[in-house]
Design a protein around this ligand. Sequence first.
Ligand code: HXC
Length: 504
Amino acid sequence: MTAPTLAGTNGHAPTAQSSNTRGSPNSPGSRGTRDARERIAGLVDPGSFVEFGSEATHRATAFGMERRRPPGDAVVTGCARIGERPVAVFAQDPTSLGGSLGETHAAKIERMAGWAIRARTPLVGLLDSGGARIQEGVSALDGYGRIFRANVALSGRIPQLSVVLGACAGGAVYSPALTDIVIMARDRASMFLTGPKVVKAVTHEDVTADELGGADVHSRRSGVAHLVADDAPHALELARRVLSYLPGSCWEPAPRREPAEPGPLPRIPENQRHAYDVRTVIRGLADAGDFLELHERFARNLVVGFARIEGGPVGFVANQPQALAGVLDINSAEKGARFVRLCDAFGIPLVALVDTPGFLPGTGQETGGVIRKGAKLLYAFAEASVPRVTVVLRKAFGGAYIVMNSKSLGADAVVAWPNSQLAVMGAQGAVDVIYRRELEAEPGRRDELTSHYEAEAMAPGIAAARLSVDEVIEPEDTRRFLAETLRGLAGADVPRFRHDNLPQ
Ligand code: HXC
């Protein structure tokens, strides 16, 4: 399949106009564009950046804008390399017209999107902008409309990363929301549709930028940010790290590294009620114990992120017994669905680690739409065409058993550890339902009936006998099992463009 062009947009490749040395020291915004170029320099391989459009300016004349025409129009754009692989990049300049986006600024970003799809390279945006440039009115809004359209046209084809380095408003946050990964620099970044001043004017609410949309809000509560960095250099380092797991486009295989030994595999508690940190298991299966967790603080009951097995990138999706006992709920389903679709879009195999008592019951979840939203994770796994392997670590109950990449949803291989339990529900609940009469007559039989249910309905050998589990394996054999099955599936017939990465 050939790469689509951005129909109806200025999707043609830009002309290289200069190296990254332009910008008179006396020109408006020169300090800022230098900062924006410094930010790009901190992101890309040394000496690899080539700039486009450094002399481009806006055409607005209203509100005295003819006297404020910074060269470059508050954004630096160009192509470069990261880890020796090509990328398209733009960096907004907050000290020049507030980094706001007008017609020309938008056209420059849109051209880099066109470059990215043509060159089949990731598009990385360094965002620091007050959103649509108020003085340019509807032309600024249309500029955002075209950028959103480009973001959607690239979705699932080209990895798109947004690194938020300052206060971003309006379109400057909606565009990141359409991209694959959002990284926020904790010290300066905030994201909101309308800033504190507008909030104060409209609702009379006094709120700081941090309270409204700081890194804490978006990493813990809204789920907008996938990664939080301490500052700009750290954010740029995280962007490079994310890209090391992703191919240049959906038409390319994911990049491989030299294989490395995993970290130590912990023993997990046998008692089903005892918590542990599933990330220690992931590190015990991953090359060099390396795991890049996304959405670490949001919906902590499900852990998602990138690692490598025998040098090849994989996406881990794991229930976290340490948070809400590892239940699935609305937020974790949406978090998991987006990650599964991201991995599937870019050909990254999936490994599910299952230890969940099921979906969280209750009115909060039901009225919040757990039927509709929980279905997203189910849909994402069922749809995924990349190699997918599941390891049942301890318990897999009810709908959550099915959702977590079960054999019936199309997993290529499912294994279970010997102490695991797979069933419609936990033993206590099941005994209350199916032995109601017996328990009414003889309440003292509860332990006996529970043991009977555990042996007759929950043991992994029963699931293996029904082919719902391919093998029951010892924990220490898991890494080899994953490595060999993923190697065995390397030639699987996976469509090259699969689907977009719709925001969840
Ligand atoms: C024009 C803008 C601007 C904008 C900021 N500036 N935002 N100029 N258009 N959208 C200018 C300011 O006038 C100021 O210029 C300079 O940038 C710095 O702004 P400050 O307010 O002094 O900075 P700070 O206190 O850091 O606050 C940053 C901010 C705030 C929180 C982003 O500027 C703000 O709330 N701006 C408006 C945000 C907004 O509502 N944008 C429109 C969204 S609508 P001087 O000359 O004084 O240095 C949108 C449409 C798409 O984007 C929406 C799609 C869904």
